[in-house]
Design a protein around this ligand. Sequence first.
Ligand code: PMP
Length: 391
Amino acid sequence: MFFQDVKQGPPDPMYHLKVAADQDTNINKVDLGVGVYRNEKGQYHELGVLKAYEITTGSPEFLQKASQVIFGKDSEFLNNGQIASVQTISGTGAIHIGALFLRNSVPNLNKSIYVGTPTWGNYVPMFNLLGLEVQTYNYYDKETGEVEFASLLAAVRTAPKGSTFVLQACCNNPTASELTEQQWRTLAEEMTSRGHLPFFDIAYQGLGRGLDEDAYGVRHFASLGSEMIVAQSFAKNLGLYGERVGALHVVASTKEAAAAVKDQLRCMIRWEFSSSPAYGSRLVDLILSDPESQAKWHVELREIRERLERNRQKLFHQLANVHKHEQTPGNWHIIKRGQGLFSLLPLTPTQCEALKRDYHIYVAPNGRMNISGLRESNINYVAQSIDTVVR
Ligand code: PMP
């Protein structure tokens, strides 16, 4: 267990002053503490429907709904108060605060953090920035387009007890390939028996198989009673890119431990960015509070998934048919595999450069293509251009 011995953070006089003032019901109360502008009625000054002040860790309604999206409405952890949730500056902010918390507040954790490659380019610099030591293993089999599960298991088996493993819960960036449900179960068993800590990153929930299906790994670890960290983003699945709305959830083994963890997270947020932006979280809260909006969200996500899947199939078929009898050379069947926004095409950096230079087609230098950028009007052009640069 990692979070059992987390101590409460040092007191923040302003925070405690505010809590005390809010709770004081005396008729003579005059709150001259917290530094927000109040109007003549003594109220926070509101602009339109927006309240102008948000508590440090984010609105409880938003956090409750956000955690239900990941853990499910009936989550035992959630109902037991074992999850410390805070609002963060989108998914990136959640990963940062999560890593900061591990480094600063979890004394018995091994400081190595394991990341499967190829992966999202931000993990290594973000963890290095905090002085955490990143260990890598090979996550992806280029030939089959599947997860190289044996390498992941080998890393789990050789890592020192109490190591952290960063796991993208769904729609892997950049490989698009993810664990099967059976593999999640095996991984959870191997990790929990070695006392490793899962650090889930879930930035594309709902873009893969479905909102619940994409949380399978998280929920399975939870069902085993595993402590964990989950970094959640609403950037992609609600199109809230600029609003920077996300959450960090730390699942502890008791309600008391979760309360201390939450207090640590409150301190870190206070020291790093003071308080969470209110606007985006309010939009999420509104949508998740209204059954009609929620149903609409589910429909829209399904349409997005279906379009991504159609684009995968179309690009594959175009590549197979550029020349009637001769397929474009390369291992293109991997395009049809996998979930989410991306596909890791078997293109060299030089070929990616040629696509850009000669055809104005932009894919990341590692061959990662955003599948949603393909359209009826450009898919044939993209296939033709790929065919030319790989020959
Ligand atoms: N994790 C992964 C794997 C991502 O691809 C991204 C976005 N590129 C993030 C986390 C963070 O997303 P954001 O900060 O925009 O919510």
